[in-house]
Design a protein around this ligand. Structure first.
Ligand code: FES
Length: 123
Protein backbone atom coordinates (compact mmCIF):
# COMPACT_ATOMS: atom_id res chain seq x y z
CA UNK A 1 0.00 0.00 0.00
CA UNK A 2 1.29 3.42 -0.93
CA UNK A 3 2.40 5.61 1.93
CA UNK A 4 0.37 8.75 2.41
CA UNK A 5 1.87 12.10 3.15
CA UNK A 6 3.32 15.19 1.56
CA UNK A 7 5.38 14.59 -1.53
CA UNK A 8 8.97 15.60 -0.74
CA UNK A 9 9.05 18.05 -3.68
CA UNK A 10 6.46 20.77 -3.80
CA UNK A 11 6.46 23.14 -6.76
CA UNK A 12 5.95 26.80 -5.87
CA UNK A 13 4.36 29.55 -7.95
CA UNK A 14 7.78 31.12 -8.48
CA UNK A 15 8.90 28.02 -10.40
CA UNK A 16 11.18 27.00 -7.53
CA UNK A 17 10.67 23.89 -5.46
CA UNK A 18 10.48 23.20 -1.76
CA UNK A 19 11.65 19.95 -0.23
CA UNK A 20 10.89 18.69 3.25
CA UNK A 21 13.58 16.42 4.60
CA UNK A 22 12.43 13.27 6.33
CA UNK A 23 15.09 13.49 9.03
CA UNK A 24 14.61 17.05 10.25
CA UNK A 25 11.14 17.81 8.86
CA UNK A 26 12.53 21.21 7.89
CA UNK A 27 12.01 22.46 4.40
CA UNK A 28 14.51 23.95 2.00
CA UNK A 29 14.05 25.92 -1.19
CA UNK A 30 15.43 24.24 -4.29
CA UNK A 31 16.20 25.89 -7.61
CA UNK A 32 16.41 24.29 -11.02
CA UNK A 33 19.75 24.34 -12.80
CA UNK A 34 19.61 23.35 -16.47
CA UNK A 35 22.85 22.13 -18.02
CA UNK A 36 23.60 22.20 -21.73
CA UNK A 37 24.61 20.54 -23.95
CA UNK A 38 23.53 17.57 -21.80
CA UNK A 39 20.03 19.08 -21.44
CA UNK A 40 19.79 17.92 -17.82
CA UNK A 41 17.77 19.60 -15.05
CA UNK A 42 19.09 19.34 -11.49
CA UNK A 43 17.52 20.72 -8.31
CA UNK A 44 19.95 22.31 -5.87
CA UNK A 45 19.34 23.91 -2.46
CA UNK A 46 19.23 27.69 -2.58
CA UNK A 47 22.68 29.21 -2.19
CA UNK A 48 24.58 26.16 -3.44
CA UNK A 49 27.65 26.51 -5.66
CA UNK A 50 26.85 25.05 -9.08
CA UNK A 51 29.56 22.45 -8.61
CA UNK A 52 27.38 20.89 -5.88
CA UNK A 53 25.58 19.04 -8.66
CA UNK A 54 28.15 16.34 -7.99
CA UNK A 55 26.00 15.36 -4.99
CA UNK A 56 22.89 15.04 -7.18
CA UNK A 57 24.22 13.08 -10.15
CA UNK A 58 26.67 10.20 -10.53
CA UNK A 59 28.03 11.90 -13.67
CA UNK A 60 30.44 14.80 -13.44
CA UNK A 61 28.24 17.21 -15.36
CA UNK A 62 30.43 20.25 -14.62
CA UNK A 63 34.16 19.53 -14.48
CA UNK A 64 35.89 21.03 -11.47
CA UNK A 65 39.18 20.92 -9.64
CA UNK A 66 40.04 23.36 -6.86
CA UNK A 67 36.49 24.55 -6.02
CA UNK A 68 38.06 27.82 -4.91
CA UNK A 69 38.17 29.83 -8.14
CA UNK A 70 41.83 29.14 -8.90
CA UNK A 71 41.99 26.48 -11.64
CA UNK A 72 39.34 27.49 -14.20
CA UNK A 73 38.14 23.93 -14.78
CA UNK A 74 34.54 24.80 -13.95
CA UNK A 75 33.98 27.69 -16.36
CA UNK A 76 30.44 27.86 -17.75
CA UNK A 77 28.57 30.15 -20.11
CA UNK A 78 25.42 31.48 -18.46
CA UNK A 79 22.51 31.40 -20.91
CA UNK A 80 19.74 32.34 -18.47
CA UNK A 81 19.72 33.55 -14.89
CA UNK A 82 22.97 35.49 -14.64
CA UNK A 83 21.25 37.72 -12.07
CA UNK A 84 20.48 34.77 -9.75
CA UNK A 85 24.06 33.45 -9.49
CA UNK A 86 25.36 36.07 -7.06
CA UNK A 87 27.87 38.74 -7.97
CA UNK A 88 31.30 37.77 -9.24
CA UNK A 89 34.05 38.94 -6.91
CA UNK A 90 37.13 40.87 -8.02
CA UNK A 91 39.31 37.73 -7.99
CA UNK A 92 36.85 35.82 -10.17
CA UNK A 93 36.58 38.75 -12.58
CA UNK A 94 40.38 39.05 -12.77
CA UNK A 95 40.71 35.32 -13.44
CA UNK A 96 37.99 35.39 -16.11
CA UNK A 97 39.93 38.25 -17.72
CA UNK A 98 43.11 36.14 -17.67
CA UNK A 99 41.15 33.31 -19.32
CA UNK A 100 39.83 35.65 -22.02
CA UNK A 101 36.25 35.13 -20.82
CA UNK A 102 35.46 38.51 -19.25
CA UNK A 103 32.50 38.97 -21.58
CA UNK A 104 29.85 39.12 -18.86
CA UNK A 105 28.45 35.73 -19.91
CA UNK A 106 30.96 33.36 -18.32
CA UNK A 107 31.29 32.43 -14.65
CA UNK A 108 33.25 29.99 -12.56
CA UNK A 109 30.61 27.47 -11.44
CA UNK A 110 32.31 26.96 -8.08
CA UNK A 111 32.02 30.68 -7.30
CA UNK A 112 28.33 31.05 -8.23
CA UNK A 113 25.57 30.69 -5.65
CA UNK A 114 22.30 29.48 -7.13
CA UNK A 115 19.52 31.79 -5.93
CA UNK A 116 16.95 31.08 -8.67
CA UNK A 117 16.47 29.03 -11.83
CA UNK A 118 19.36 29.23 -14.30
CA UNK A 119 20.66 27.63 -17.48
CA UNK A 120 24.36 27.21 -18.19
CA UNK A 121 26.41 25.68 -20.99
CA UNK A 122 29.47 23.71 -19.97
CA UNK A 123 32.47 24.72 -22.11
S1 FES B 1 36.86 24.35 -9.60
FE1 FES B 1 38.68 25.48 -9.91
S2 FES B 1 37.97 27.43 -10.53
FE2 FES B 1 36.13 26.34 -10.08
Amino acid sequence: MAQRGVHPFERRDSGDFRKTTARTHKSMVLHKLTLLPQNVDILLPSGSPLTDIEYESPERLIPFGCRSGACGACIVEVLEGLEVLGDAGDEELDFLQDLGRADGKHRLACQCRLLGPATVRVD
